[in-house]
Every structure is written in structure tokens, then in C-alpha cells.
Ligand binder design. Sequence first.
Ligand code: CUK
Ligand code: CUA
Length: 631
Amino acid sequence: MSDKKDHIKDLSRRHFLRNSAVTGVAGASLAGGFGTGALVRSGSAKAAAGSEHEVPPGELDEYYGFWSGGHSGEIRILGIPSMRELLRIPVFNVDSATGWGITNESKRVLGPNAPLNGDTHHPKVSYTDARYDGRYCFINDKANTRVARIRLDIMRTDKIVTIPNVQSIHGLTLQRVPSTERVFAAGEMVVPLNNNGEYLDDPSEYWTMMTCIDAETMEFKWQAIVDGNLDNCDTDYTGRFVAASCYNSARGMTLPEMMGPERDWTVIFDIPAIERAVAEGNYITIGDSPVPVVDAREQAHAGRNTFALYVPTPRSPHGVNTMPPEGKYCVVSGKLSPTCTVIEWARVAEWFDGGLSDPRDTVVAEPEVGLGPLHTTYDNRGNAYTSLFLDSQVVKWNVEDAIRAYNGEEVNYIRDRIDVHYNIGHIKASLACSRDVDGKYLSALCKFSKDRFLPVGPMHAENDQLIDISGEQMKLIHDGPTYAEPHDALMIRADQLNPKAIYDRDDPYFAETVAMAQADGVTLERDNKVIRDGNKVRVYMTSVAPNFGTTEFRVKQGDEVTIVVTNMDTIEDVSHGFALINHGINMEIHPQQTSSVTFIADKPGVHWYYCSWFCHALHMEMSGRMLVEPA
Ligand code: CUK
Ligand code: CUA
């Protein structure tokens, strides 16, 4: 840490933390402080609401916001600055409205025996030359070690993969340059390398890895074993590096063990070096997994580690965020240290190319910013904004000034502070992960809302606040209650996304269902037919408001029934649903979409189905009967 003179005005509480956290005297009591200190701040701040930020009824927002849904397992689309929720995209959850997890099309994406839950933290939208290209959004599942891809033309999840050899994917980031060809997924928990139960009791043999996924095929390119664990991650603006924070460098199994070291590290991977080794066959595989694994632990490299650089970073570092628009620096936020560590990417390249000897020589600043720094974001004027969990604040600081202070100059790098409500986790300014960073809005994702909203029982809403960062001083302009539990968010300009108004009939999302119909000699756009194939029955029908093409069909008890509905409406927004009463079935069928569901007709009798998506004055009448003959 820098011993430079401190110019921050409000020092007392930070110095308390520095004395307890950075010198490491009271790990356990600090943990207590983290918990109970979390709710000390009260009082309320009124938003500096102004009509300039209002989006009047009928007018459109300037940005799309992509919000993760935490342990709801979904992703949400918001309009910014109105903070109006526009859509929920089911990903790792089961969703009654859309039939995600119920339809055959979604089950193909989810895979067999998919878990019913998920925990999404880090949505990332794909890039071309470090600018959002509107193709895909990727998201991690911390709960079940998965990564999903969402197609942004139809706003539906189209690929989900389970990462082998590791447990829990937390950090997730994308290659920015020349475009998103690779997805990086950071394995968080350490486990035995071949976790087959052979050895359970020796934590010194628990490890984790960084995983590289091909963004188009979603196949695994490689994995790299690391020292410690991996938390958050981000890439540079050249395509060569990916950096991840490590909060448990000692690979401790208990809280005191995890908080033991004064310094953990930031681990930075040289992607071409790893891929050269894989191409040359210098890798292993583990268990049944064919994925090439390289060893990026220090012990595997005599002399200099050619795969990974471990930069000592105080203490339990968390957020990793490259600074736009050029991507010159990467800021790693200290969490248990009141500092942010600024790493210069060019120096990282110098280290890998042999020009620097001490990994710490890649650090160009270590400003003291406040208590509990978790994540950092940026404007287009050289300023960083760091979320302070314990202080319940956003602190604005100037990066070049922090570098000058680190070099001994007397400069105050802190520009502004604003209270947020309360206990902020992630923070993200508009377009701040891209070259188009515009310094207009900042979302502050607060973990506690306390007294900000009407009480609704023991579970409180989270509070995602919106802050205007266009001026010298930050202005709070919006409180946004959210359901459990967005971790990260990003905003892209409305013109950077071009979603479809209706489906194309050749959409790959339901191509397998179309192929099944063709094999049955059925033209989905026209036919209403029942095909029997042994005890399998396929019921094909169209829907045009307010009619299902089939209003009655007959099967035998015990038949496996597949219902295929094709929505022939072509008017934007005229969606239908298909709900089969007492069978746990509901699914969406949007204009020109085909949806299907398969179930066993195990109950003899008359079973009505109906349209669940309000579509017409005669929507209630849009229904039909399944007649099940007793076996
Ligand atoms: S983590 Cu949640 S506040 Cu999963 Cu990105 Cu930092
Ligand atoms: Cu079709 Cu309601």
C-alpha cells in the first residue's frame, strides 16, 4: 500500500478499517463488523428529481438496461432512465408465464435433468471492437456452475452449458477486441481436481480454474488451474488478457482462514500463451472431461509463470473493471481493504514479455477510497466511481490524479461522494464497459432498502438507484425497488439493439420442432392434425385470434402427448398462450412462433385447454378440449 499523505476529508472510519483490516489484527471481528455494521446508516435522502430525467408516458427510454436477477435465476430488461421494467428473460429458472422449463424448445436449451434454480450475477453483452454489437448477452449461474447465452434478437436463452472440473461460476466476462469470440468464466469454489469422492479431506489438494468458452459454439476451449480461488474478472482492450480477483488466496475452508492473508492477488492470464500450449498438446484432461487443462499455478512453472501473473492485491479484492474508452487501466476493488488497486495493462504486457521483475510493478496507483470498496465504473472524463458497501456511498475519484498521488505528488484525487440507500454492491455507468462510455447515468445496486419503500413483510425489496453523473456532483434521481436480487447491470444505447417484432418462421429456436412436423408430413402454418405413432400422439394446431385450429382431440390414457401450436397471427404483440388445465402446462406462442410441450395424458376425462395470453375480445372463448379415453 502507498504511504502517501491522505487528502480525504472524512478519515476516521476509514482509518479504523485500515488499522483493523490491512494490518490483519482482527479478522473475525471485522467479519462481525461487516455484518452488523451493514445497517447502521439511516436517514433518508430525497432524490434530486427533475423533469429532465423523466420519461413521460408514451415516450421511449434512451438506454436498455440489462439487470441480472440473482437467485431468481433470470435476467431483466429495464428502460433507462425511467427504470421501467420491460421484460424478464427466464434463464436458469422455471417460468410459468413463458413456459420456460416446460416447453420442449426450452428443455432442449436447458438440457436433461437441468436444475430448477440458478443464481445470475454478471450479464455481459457481446462486443465488436469493444462496442456493443447487440448479438448476445451472456450470464453466469453461480448456483449450478453454468453459463448461458441469450439471443438479443428474440430475447430468449439459446444455449446453456455446465462447466466441467470446477464448482460455481462467479465472475464472467467477454473478449472485447476484435470481437467477442471468447467467454471467460471464473470458477469460485476450490474442489479436488477430479471431484469424484476419492479424496475429500485434504483441502490442500482443492483447486479451481478459469474456463474459456467459444462464444459462437459454446464449446470449451481450455481451462487453467490457478492458485487460490477466482472471484470477478474482466478483459483488456487488446484481446490478449483476462484478469480475475482472488479473495481466498490461502484456499481456506473457514471464514478466519479465508481472511487470513494481508494480501490476496489479481491473477492475469496471457490468453495467446495458454492457447499456444493447448495447440502444441501441452495440456492434461481430467476425469471424463475432454477439455484441455493447463496448469497456471506458480508451482508448475520454474522461474517465470508464462500463463499467469499474480499481482499481490490487498485484501479479499472483489470487482475487476477495465477503464474505458481506451482500456488503459484495470481497477481491482479492495473489499476488506479501503483501497482500489490500479493496474496498467501495458505494464502487464511488459511483465509477460520479460521487461518487469516484480509483479507489483504493474500497479500504478492504490488510492484510498472508503470502506468496503466492491466495484468500480467510469465516466468519459477520466473519473472512476467505486461502490462502498460499508459506507453506503458512491465515491468519485480521478484516476490520473490517483496515479500522481501514488507517485508522491500532493493531489486530492477524490472528487465527490454521495450516500446511497443502502449498502451498495454493484455499480455501473452507462456504456462504461465499452469505448462508447458517455458519463451520463450510473446505476447503484443497493443490497438493503430498509425504510425506502412501503414495508411488505420480512423480505424487503432491493433498491437499485439511478444517479446522474453528467455534472461535477452526482445527483440521485431514482429509487428502483427490485425483486431478489440483481447483482450487476449494464446499460446500452437503445440504437445498439435491434430486437425482432415477430418471429421468423425459420428461427433456429424451434427448428427441431419444425423438423419433427416435416417428418410427420405436417405443414405447421396450415395444418391442424393429430398424428398417432404407437402410444405417442402429436397434436398440431395453429392459432389465430380468437381460435385454436383444433378445438377437440382424443387420446388414450397413458399416451405420451405432444402439443405443437403455431401462431399464425402476424400482428405485433398478438401473442397467444396454451394452458392445459390440471396438467401444469402453460406456454407462450408469439406471432409466427411455434411452441411445443410433451406430457403423459394420465387422467381420463375431459380436460380443457385455453389461451392464457389476452389476445382478443373473444380471448376467454379461445379454448378447446382434450378427451382422454380410460385405458
Ligand atoms: S458480486 Cu454481487 S455485489 Cu457476484 Cu459481482 Cu459484487
Ligand atoms: Cu389467444 Cu388469448
